[in-house]
Design a protein. Structure first.
Length: 253
């Protein structure tokens, strides 16, 4: 049985960590490397680091910085932000990332997912889907939530799986940073549509929110504000889930 993972998300902007609400109003919350060192000691299963400046402005991710913080990261590391060329994926993996996170490029060149999966393996390819709820239903956004795409997250997740994505990182833009709970309807719809693991992201405010996301069939749960702005920890989250009967990894370092 696959065990549920608890994954902190770190948003990297101009050499520092930031966190906003609904993908806006970015607030600086510290430095990247010290945060990674702390999470090494807090029983996390993985870390996700996204360069949001690269995502929005199209500049190349700083591979030297990735190499520096990857050397201090002792858990599986997913890194994303502005990836548009296969050689960038190669450089990112050589810099120490275990997986790459793709978003905007998938809309521009869906075959990029196929190429990445064929060259590096589906297990290395995480497709990030950021979605908002509208009167017409859920709609995908790219470039850190700044550009709307004419895609349903359910249909897009199915296509990304067919093209080779090994995992989906699903974020509710509406719930992001509010700590009022995940969009369980969105999670359920996407999880029902695909067979690859889905990481639920956007809105976690307490450990029970993680449990509800797992009940909605998420394979992993991601948190940012929950861990940055409260005393709640990944280790305690896993203890809570375990008491609820959820299989989690114990003692990860």
């Amino acid at each position: 049985m696959l065990k549920t993972r608890v994954i902190p998300t770190l948003l990297w902007k101009d050499y520092g960590l930031v966190k906003g609400k609904a993908f806006d109003s970015w607030r600086r919350i510290g430095s990247l490397l010290p945060a990674i060192r702390v999470y090494n000691t807090r029983d996390v299963d993985e870390l996700i680091v996204v360069d949001i400046t690269a995502s929005r402005e199209g500049h190349e991710i700083d591979f030297e910085t990735v190499e520096e913080f990857a050397a201090d990261c002792f858990v599986p590391l997913t890194v994303g932000g502005g990836l548009r060329h296969i050689d960038q994926v190669t450089k990112l993996l050589r810099s120490g990332a275990d997986k790459v996170c793709l978003n905007s490029v998938c809309y521009e060149s869906p075959q990029f997912v196929e190429e990445s999966a064929k060259r590096f393996g589906s297990q290395c390819v995480v497709v990030s889907i950021d979605a908002k709820k509208t009167e017409q239903g859920y709609v995908c956004y790219s470039h850190s939530g700044s550009q709307i795409q004419n895609q349903s997250p359910v249909l897009w997740a199915k296509e990304m799986q067919e093209r080779g994505a090994g995992e989906i990182l699903l974020t509710s833009i509406d719930r992001d940073g509010l700590m009022e709970g995940f969009d369980l309807e969105l999670i359920q719809e996407v999880c029902d549509a695909v067979s690859v693991p889905v990481i639920a992201s956007g809105g976690a405010g307490n450990y029970d929110d993680f449990y509800k996301a797992v009940q909605a069939k998420a394979s992993a749960v991601a948190g940012a504000s929950l861990f940055h702005f409260t005393e709640q920890t990944p280790r305690q989250a896993k203890e809570y889930l375990s008491k609820k009967g959820v299989a989690v990894r114990q003692g990860a370092q």
